[in-house]
Write a protein that binds this ligand. Structure first.
Ligand code: NAP
Length: 242
């Protein structure tokens, strides 16, 4: 039986590296993205080049109706399958001091993280419960553990997902479904392209930013059969930051 892995925000950055790694582990990838079809096609090509397989599944994780429509369509086309691995990775940042933060910047960042987590996971859980098996990994951030100035929205969003990870892990522990969070520090992707890397490096004990692959290796481990007794944890990949 095929093992399906849904990775949200898999067209670029950390999500793409995770999708490639899970494909190498033998998962058939459901490759979610929001709007960058060219990047999604390139990610699919890289997965196939690595010997894996992927299908594109675009939807906006901040839109519950879009999530439900995409997943309902997939389950209708795959009546005997379920999604065994879910990585809630899609996310955005819209930084600014909170005193100047707009309603839109607050809600956009919160809804991408929390609605994305809630609606996607709730729909995928049904199949995992029936199969009595599943792996869920939520990509949060060290901002959600420690808080980052200029990122009240982002820190709140990531902290919310950490709380939900812990609660859901307890609900699912006896059902052979693990739920963990991975909290990256600064990773080289499009999301960090506008940051002052030279200044940032001075604050990171490892003296460098991380790579998407360094996050993906941990996610691959957490999604494997080797981790059946690890659940409700938040693991940082941050080069000693924090
Ligand atoms: P990125 O390079 O900006 O890529 C973002 C990905 O998410 C893209 O695939 C994008 O799709 C997708 N996406 C954005 N909004 C979406 C939406 N509403 N619905 C569906 N997909 C959406 O970001 P990244 O650096 O890889 O970050 C990935 C995750 O890691 C995020 O949750 C981020 O908060 C977290 N993180 C990153 C860092 C870091 O330093 N990079 C640190 C800590 C945590 P399109 O290509 O279609 O736009």
């Amino acid at each position: 039986m095929k093992r399906y892995a849904l990775v949200t925000g898999a067209s670029r950055g950390i999500g793409r590296a995770i999708a490639i790694e899970l494909a190498k582990d033998g998962c058939s990838i459901l490759l979610n993205y929001k709007s960058n079809r060219a990047a999604a096609e390139e990610a699919k090509r890289l997965i196939e080049e690595a010997g894996g397989e992927a299908e594109l599944m675009p939807f906006d994780v901040s839109q519950p109706d879009a999530i439900n429509a995409a997943l309902d369509a997939w389950f209708a086309a795959h009546p005997n399958d379920y999604i065994d691995v879910l990585v809630n990775n899609a996310g955005i940042r819209k930084d600014g001091l909170m005193v100047f933060m707009t309603d839109e910047d607050w809600h956009d960042v919160l809804s991408s993280a929390t609605d994305g987590f809630f609606y996607t996971t709730r729909r995928v859980l049904q199949g995992m419960l029936y199969a009595h098996r599943g792996r869920i990994v939520n990509i949060t951030s060290i901002a959600g553990i420690y808080g980052t100035q200029g990122q009240a929205n982002y820190s709140a969003a990531k902290a919310a997902v950490i709380g939900a990870t812990k609660a859901l892990s307890k609900e699912m522990a006896a059902r052979n479904i693990t739920v963990n969070a991975v909290a990256p520090g600064y990773i080289t992707t499009d999301m960090t392209a506008d940051l002052d890397v030279a200044e940032l490096k001075k604050t990171i004990p490892a003296g460098r930013l991380g790579t998407p692959e360094e996050v993906a290796h941990l996610v691959s481990f957490l999604c494997s059969d080797k981790t059946s007794y690890i659940t409700g944890q938040v693991i940082s990949v941050a080069g000693g930051l924090g």
